[in-house]
Ligand binder design. Structure first.
Ligand code: NAP
Length: 556
């Protein structure tokens, strides 16, 4: 067992040294802690800026927040006992229930005692001499660790609003990604929501039911489709629990990490009637079936994609009474699925309500926030509250705000100035013993997140175990392996429709952020095989122990 040790810091404060420090106490951090401490017996400390566990589900408490993957799949698979004892009340659990689940996990595995909450890590500096990471807050170094696991999530840094004049607004301002714990009562209020992505769509539907008037400021319309939520029925629960192991295996063998298996090869090789039948069935079943269980070429063939896009456009026209409003809500200039498709319940019907107004800010942009509301190019909208649902500095944002400095004083922010450079989306050259959980250039956000997280935590912790077993100190990807991986990620992306669309998938949602492909698009099974081969061959593409130092010097 690697006992934790105390090493003196500068001054008199004792700084503890751990085998591994984990950043984040969401799905990733909780599992990493359990695996390292309880299954491997190493010393570990988790840090989180939040006051408790939950990660994304701690912060995103806005009305309507719920997962968009069925909860029986959007949950941990690592413990059969946990799978059997937990029962979801809805097909797609709402945020409070997911947070209860993560609290249950923390209690069940006694995790809190090794988590330090209310602690924002702002500096992670590699100490080459001692081969340790120095973990710091704005007040100085608070821990040291041989290994670092960044379980910081992909959508945890809110986008900074570009609108001028916020300081003048006399009303309330909320952000979906950091919602007040006590909730917000919009009764009798005039509310404006900026943004109509997955968060906005969920929030808009609920706020409209409460507010006196809701004004939605939408720039780009989305291809939203029904989520198909319902109470969890006991027979499904029983069936799933009886076959959980097979279901998880099937999920891990599918592109998106869900046990879907109905997709036909192409929308273009079937009749119009058959296409319609498939789309009707998927639209009625809900979840991500329409995009991932209909036709396998949806993200690869524009013509095929057009058939699904047109299907959704027709649905919007059917569901929204006012044709002008329907037209504003209809996406026209990018393929379906190239922005993450939101799922909804009665979202389009919300625009049939008398108390809801849709403002097209693509044609009439927001000019500024005023004392009393929002002024667009076509007029001023008076509001008592503004809700920002404008998204996140996705994938790279959470890692870059950690202040990571690697070998030879290199800053991760400098290395990634033109976009992320990783090996397998798990590690990056020049930054030894650092593992990203669902990092950029892994399948991450296109792979059922809890399973993707478990795969990465297993990879990282197996690597740590391998080093211990072989009396090695350092693991770091070679520059060559990284360069090849990045090229592979881009090559795969070029075969899809994704690079052409402005979205957080490409970094285009943040002004000034380098545009690139941040997702491995070969699907979970291909990715998992690559990772397994890397592991089984003694960590191909990684330099281990002192060879890492030599390699770094040679390529510096
Ligand atoms: P998002 O998809 O990036 O949507 C942000 C919205 O704000 C877009 O409509 C965007 O318009 C708009 N916006 C941003 N900056 C703007 C500006 N300067 N002026 C006008 N409009 C602006 O963010 P999100 O809705 O928070 O979702 C992010 C991701 O989180 C999702 O894709 C999903 O992966 C995840 N999520 C999941 C769930 C779930 O169901 N489990 C729920 C919420 C979020 P443009 O499109 O024109 O940029």
């Amino acid at each position: 067992m690697n006992a934790k040790t105390n090493t003196p810091a500068t001054g008199s404060v004792q700084v503890e040294t751990f085998n591994t420090v984990v950043i984040g106490a969401g799905f990733a951090g909780l599992y990493a802690l359990h695996r390292l401490r309880d299954q491997m017996g190493v010393s570990v400390r988790v840090f989180d800026v939040a006051g408790d566990v939950g990660g994304t589900w701690y912060w995103n408490r806005y009305p309507g927040a719920r997962c968009d993957i069925e909860s029986i799949h959007y949950s941990y698979s690592f413990s059969e006992a946990l799978q059997q004892e937990w029962t979801w009340t809805e097909r797609f659990a709402a945020q409070p229930e997911i947070l209860r689940y993560l609290n249950h996990v923390a209690d069940r595995f006694d995790l809190r005692k090794d988590i330090q909450f209310n602690t924002r890590i702002t500096s992670l500096v590699w100490d080459e001499k001692n081969k340790l990471w120095q973990v710091g807050t704005k007040d100085g170094i608070i821990a040291r660790a041989k290994f670092l696991i960044a379980g910081t999530g992909n959508l945890s840094v809110a986008k900074t609003p570009e609108f001028k004049g916020f300081e003048n607004f006399k009303g309330e301002i909320y952000s979906t990604g950091n919602w007040p714990h006590e909730g917000v009562n919009f009764t009798g209020k005039r509310v404006g929501v900026i943004g109509a992505g997955a968060s906005g769509i969920q929030a808009i539907t609920e706020i409209a039911k409460e507010a006196a008037h809701l004004t939605v400021f939408q720039r780009t319309p989305n291809y939203a489709a029904p989520i198909g939520n319902a109470p969890m029925d006991s027979e499904t629960d029983r069936q799933v629990k009886a076959h959980y192991a097979e279901i998880r295996t099937k999920s891990r063998n599918s592109f998106i990490g869900l046990p879907y298996d109905q997709a036909q090869p192409s929308a273009l090789t079937v009749s119009a009637e058959e296409r319609r039948r498939v789309y009707d069935e998927c639209y009625a079943q809900g979840g991500f079936r329409l995009i991932f269980d209909s036709f396998a070429d949806m993200l690869f063939n524009k013509e095929s994609n057009d058939t699904a896009a047109e299907y959704i456009r027709a649905k919007i026209r059917e569901r929204v009474k006012d044709p002008k409003v329907a037209d504003i809500l209809t996406p026209k200039d990018y393929p379906y699925g190239t922005k993450r498709p939101p799922l909804e319940t009665n979202y389009y019907e919300t625009y049939n309500r008398d108390n809801v107004t849709l403002v097209d800010i693509k044609n009439s942009p927001i000019e500024r926030i005023t004392e009393h509301g929002i002024r667009t190019a076509s007029g001023e909208y008076e509001l008592d509250a503004i809700v920002l649902a404008i998204g996140f500095d996705a994938m790279t944002g959470p890692l870059l705000q950690l202040g990571i400095v690697g070998r030879n004083g290199e800053k991760l922010a400098d290395k990634w100035a033109n976009g992320p450079l990783t090996y397998l989306g798990i590690a990056t050259h020049g930054f030894p013993n650092l593992f990203f959980i669902t990092g950029p250039q892994s399948p991450a956000v296109l792979y059922n997140m809890p399973l993707a997280i478990e795969d990465h935590v297993d990879f990282a912790t197996d690597a740590i175990q391998y080093l211990r077993d072989h009396d090695l100190d350092v693991i770091e990807p070679t520059l060559e392996a990284e360069t090849q991986w990045v090229a592979h990620v881009y090559e795969l992306a070029q075969q899809t429709l994704l690079p052409g669309t402005d979205s957080w998938y490409t970094g285009a949602n943040i002004p000034g952020k380098p545009r690139g492909c941040m997702i491995y698009l070969g699907g979970a099974p291909a990715y998992r095989k690559i990772c397994a081969d890397v592991q089984n061959n003694g960590y191909t593409g990684f330099a281990l122990d002192h060879s890492a130092m030599k390699h770094s010097t040679a390529t510096a």
